[in-house]
Structure formats: structure tokens, C-alpha cells
Design a protein around this ligand. Structure first.
Ligand code: R5P
Length: 294
């Protein structure tokens, strides 16, 4: 057995989808929580190449389990341990915005580089740096875009307007809109707090009497999309849909999005949940194979 995929209890369905397209075996890493909250990790017998599959939503718990699993896989004989983390956490804090703040991106990037032989992720949130290997240094890294997969979910009838809620979202709006010949609008956004943003959409009058499709890399609290939807409905949009790579929103936050008229909401399966409609496994499989990671 030269390659195997190892998943965790909270992501086995997605790990199995990847194993199926790669045509390799898939096993579960067993985790146990002690009363003091430490964890015990047990991996099954290793292959030469182990692909550890885990999205890093809820990252504080998952990262420690991952590092322990990588170590256990090597102890079991793995010669190469590749991390497939469709959602890569802690990428947003890419500098100390105030004195004394940790640059989380650098710390987590360093941990990954120190414990894995390769990294595959999807739409990492890189703002002020352009390449993932500036954060995760010294190992091969692959940063995939979910845009082509998300584009397959777009209903382009009646020429909806594709709207990015901030300047960074331009990359996804354009990749999705261009092949379908759709118009795009991109908002300028100011974040005022964890759950407070203000946002303006230049030329928003173009949505009057039309469907709007909000496209972004992630939904976290959902406030960005709620604010954007308010502006779009205020300008006469007939409906507001949303398409994102990573949906990290809680059930309560999803209910708020829906109450604000944002429907349907669709995402990739980077974080499996009620919105995940587009499977990333074929994209990740191709990247692993083309880069000699299997
Ligand atoms: C920010 O730059 C991102 O692209 C998302 O717009 C943001 O993370 C969404 O966060 P929230 O859902 O909390 O507004």
C-alpha cells in the first residue's frame, strides 16, 4: 500500500470522497479526550505516503490533533505526510494590527511547515501576501481555487449580477462571472468589529429588477453578506443569493442570513454542512496527482 487517506471522525465523509477519486484506502484516526481535555491519537498502520485530510474550522482543537496524528503516522513508518486542509485557519491575522498581537498566520504556517511534507488547501485567505509558500515555507504548497467548481452552481438565466462584497473578492467574482458573460460589481468594505462591517457598492443601481449573486471566499459571522444584501435590496435587487468557498457560519448565523433574504446559500464541501453543494475532491485529487503527492 503506497498511499492512504486518513480522516477524522468529524470529516470522514469528505475524506472518503477524496479516497474514492484517488482510488486509495481511507481510514479513521481515532481520537480520545481525557477528562483533563488532553487528547490521545491513534492512527492505523501507515502507508508510505499518508494524506491527512482535515479542514481547519474549529482550529484550536483540530490543529493539535493533526500534529499528533502526523507524528504517529511517521512512527508507524510513513515516509511522507501530506496535509490536505481544504479550509486553512488563522490566515487572516497576517500582521500585528495593534502592538502585542501575535501574527497567527506566521505561527500556524510554521507549525504546518514543521510537521508536514506538503500542503494542499483551497482559497486560503491571503490578503497582504500573494503566495502560500511565503507563509508555509520550505515544503511544497498548493493553493487551489474553488471558483471553477462554484461556477457550476450558478444559474445564469436572466443575467444575474455577480457581486463581490469587498475588494479581495474580485478574484472570485471575475473568475465565476467572465465565462458566463455576467456583469460584476465589487463593494468596498470596512470592518468595524467581529460582527460589524460597513459597505458601499459602486454602481449598485445596476441590480434594479435583477437577481444578485454574492460571491466571497468565506462566511464567518455572516455580517458581510447581510450588509451587502441590505444594500442590494435597497437598490431594487429582486433576490440575493450567495456562493462561497468556505461556510463557517453557525446554524444561528445561517438563520440570520436567511431572515435577511439571502437564499439559496451554497458553498463547497470544504466544511461539510447544510450549504455544501460543490465537491472539491476531484479538484484536490488532480492537484495531488499532478504534483506527485500520491
Ligand atoms: C474578509 O475579508 C473575507 O473575505 C470575508 O468577507 C469575511 O471573512 C466574512 O466574514 P463575516 O462573515 O464574519 O462578515
Amino acid at each position: 500500500m503506497s498511499t492512504t487517506v486518513l480522516g477524522f471522525f468529524d470529516g470522514m465523509a469528505a475524506a472518503r470522497r477524496l479516497g474514492a477519486v484517488l482510488n486509495v484506502s481511507v481510514h479513521e484516526v481515532k481520537t480520545h479526550r481525557f477528562p483533563d481535555k488532553e487528547c490521545l491519537i491513534r492512527v492505523p498502520a501507515s502507508a508510505r505516503t499518508v494524506i491527512l485530510y482535515r479542514s481547519l474550522d474549529d482550529p484550536d482543537r483540530k490543529i493539535i490533533e493533526l500534529l499528533l496524528a502526523a507524528s504517529a503516522a511517521r512512527d508507524q513508518g510513513a515516509e511522507r505526510v501530506i496535509l490536505v486542509a481544504p479550509y486553512l485557519a488563522y490566515m487572516r491575522q497576517d500582521r500585528a494590527f495593534h502592538a502585542g498581537e501575535a501574527v497567527s498566520q506566521k505561527v500556524i504556517g510554521g507549525l504546518i511547515a514543521g510537521h508536514f511534507d506538503g500542503l494542499v488547501t483551497v482559497d486560503p485567505h491571503l490578503h497582504r501576501i500573494s503566495a502560500l509558500n511565503e507563509v508555509v515555507t520550505g515544503i511544497p504548497t498548493i493553493s487551489l481555487s474553488a471558483a471553477p467548481v462554484l461556477a457550476t452552481l450558478v444559474d445564469a438565466r436572466d443575467s444575474p449580477v455577480v457581486v463581490g462584497p469587498d475588494s479581495e473578492s474580485r478574484q472570485w467574482t471575475e473568475t465565476i462571472a467572465a465565462p458566463l458573460g455576467l456583469e460584476t460589481l465589487v463593494a468596498s468594505k470596512q470592518r468595524l468589529g467581529d460582527r460589524q462591517v460597513s459597505l458601499a457598492i459602486p454602481h449598485v443601481d445596476q441590480v434594479k429588477g435583477r437577481r444578485a449573486i454574492l460571491v466571497d471566499d468565506m462566511i464567518s459571522s455572516g455580517r458581510t453578506l447581510v450588509e451587502a444584501a441590505g444594500v442590494l435590496y435597497g437598490a431594487g435587487a429582486t433576490s440575493v443569493e450567495a456562493l462561497v468557498t468556505h461556510c463557517l457560519a453557525s446554524a444561528d448565523d445561517l438563520a440570520v442570513l436567511e431572515a435577511n433574504g439571502i437564499a439559496p446559500i451554497a458553498s463547497s464541501d470544504s466544511v461539510d454542512g447544510p450549504t455544501s453543494k460543490a465537491q472539491l475532491a476531484p479538484l484536490i485529487c488532480r492537484a495531488l496527482q499532478e504534483n506527485g503527492f500520491t
